[in-house]
Design a protein around this ligand. Structure first.
Ligand SMILES: *Cc1c(COP(=O)(O)O)cnc(C)c1O
Ligand code: SF4
Length: 381
């Protein structure tokens, strides 16, 4: 039997190979069967947002299909070079709410922490592409000190969300160091990791990576699958490893025209996430105002029609919440269809999942006075 060290070395060699054989620089695209328009776009687009994808992800592309949904996510298209009026460099105002470098604090109980601005894959639709390009810094212990001091000094912070960049693009040693530092802050309860690695580089989910994250804190891994074609034996194995480690798995998707803007595609994605991977669909994001993404954005009305159909077809646990991250730091607000048609005092008219409207009259007692406390009154759950 190989010992742990040997097993770790084998596992690391597998993902390193996946990275090496993928696209790491624009020039690596020469090996791929791109159209002349894609080739030209890739050269120009790479100046704004790097081109990178591990072999495992590129292998999912059907090169005979110009509209392949995997291809659309990682290969620059000519549409990306057009900047539409109203698009923003910092679509969700990360910078306006950053009291110290590498940290965003917009909601009292949770912060975003940016240990690195690099990723295992560069997604064309990324809403942080401007930070990734302009900051382009990796992890160092010193760079995180001000952010960690800030978290220590703010006892209202309960969740630390590692995002970036992709935190799981870091080596095990760096992850263990970061997790250890956060764990040592007594008021922090939960460590959340937002990552594309289980999708784009599933071989990176090794026993060593899991061990680096395990400890006192509840760990939640928020994956980023956008299409059922990204769900494979390899991504299934990666998610199983994370689940067996005791981590809670959630997924956020971005609604992208030409990739997943159909009921059938979203339905299959959400079912397979939950039933095959054990990953709960959490958010479906309306496309952010990231530059050069007008060709991938749907209208909000189209998004609402899609999620209304999903709501009727999928179980509660398979349904994500459709949200829009408001500019100027307004936060993520649910923008799903409204089922309330009319309200007149305590009389409501509500549209059912079958599309038919029904009347509903509220029946609420007078209350029992001051003897009943607020928490008793809202008892059953
Ligand atoms: C998205 C986001 C969070 C996490 O929000 P949840 O709704 O808890 O997933 C926290 N802080 C910022 C600044 C965010 O953009
Ligand atoms: S992995 Fe995340 S941060 Fe990196 S390019 Fe993709 S969406 Fe952006």
């Amino acid at each position: 039997m190989p010992d742990l060290k040997e097993a770790t070395a084998t596992a690391d060699a597998a993902w390193q190979n996946d990275v090496r054989q993928g696209v790491r620089h624009v020039r690596d695209l020469e090996r791929l069967p791109l159209s002349p328009a894609e080739r030209a776009a890739a050269q120009a687009a790479a100046a704004n947002h790097k081109v990178r994808a591990p072999k495992a992800y590129l292998d999912l592309i059907d090169w005979n299909d110009p509209a392949d949904p995997i291809r659309a996510q990682v290969i620059p298209s000519p549409g990306e070079l057009k900047q539409a009026e109203g698009e923003l460099d910092d679509p969700i105002a990360d910078h306006a709410f950053s009291p110290v470098p590498r940290l965003t604090h917009r909601h009292a109980d949770r912060v975003l922490l940016f240990p690195t601005y690099q990723c295992a894959v560069y997604c064309r639709f990324c809403f942080r592409k401007e930070s990734l390009t302009s900051i382009a810094r990796g992890y160092t212990r010193e760079a995180l000190e001000p952010a960690l001091a800030y978290i220590s000094a703010h006892p209202e912070i309960r969740e630390v969300i590692l995002t970036g960049g992709d935190p799981l693009s870091l080596p095990d040693k760096a992850l263990a160091e970061i997790a250890g530092r956060i764990e040592a802050i007594a008021h922090v309860r939960l460590l959340r990791i937002h990552t594309r690695v289980p999708v784009a580089l599933p071989s990176r989910i090794t026993p060593g990576l899991v061990a680096a994250l395990q400890g006192r804190l509840m760990v939640t891994v928020v994956t980023h699958f956008n299409h059922a074609r990204e769900i494979t034996d390899a991504t299934e194995a990666a998610c199983r490893t994370l689940r067996l480690a005791g981590f809670v798995l959630l997924n956020q998707s971005v609604l992208l025209k030409g990739v997943n803007d159909s009921v059938e595609v979203l339905e299959e994605l959400c079912r397979e996430l939950m039933y095959r991977l054990g990953v709960k669909p959490y958010y479906l994001h309306h496309g952010d105002l990231a530059r050069g993404m007008a060709h991938r954005r749907t209208t909000i009305a189209e998004g609402q029609a899609l999620v209304e159909a999903l709501r009727a077809r999928l179980s509660g646990i398979c349904n994500p919440v459709y949200v829009l991250d408001l500019p100027e730091g307004g936060g993520k607000v649910p923008i799903g269809p409204c089922h309330v048609e009319v309200r007149d005092g305590q009389r409501w008219r509500l549209r059912g999942l079958d599309g038919k409207a029904r009347d509903y009259a509220e029946v609420v007692g007078e209350g029992e006075g001051a003897a009943v406390s607020r928490s008793d009154a809202s008892g059953a759950s």
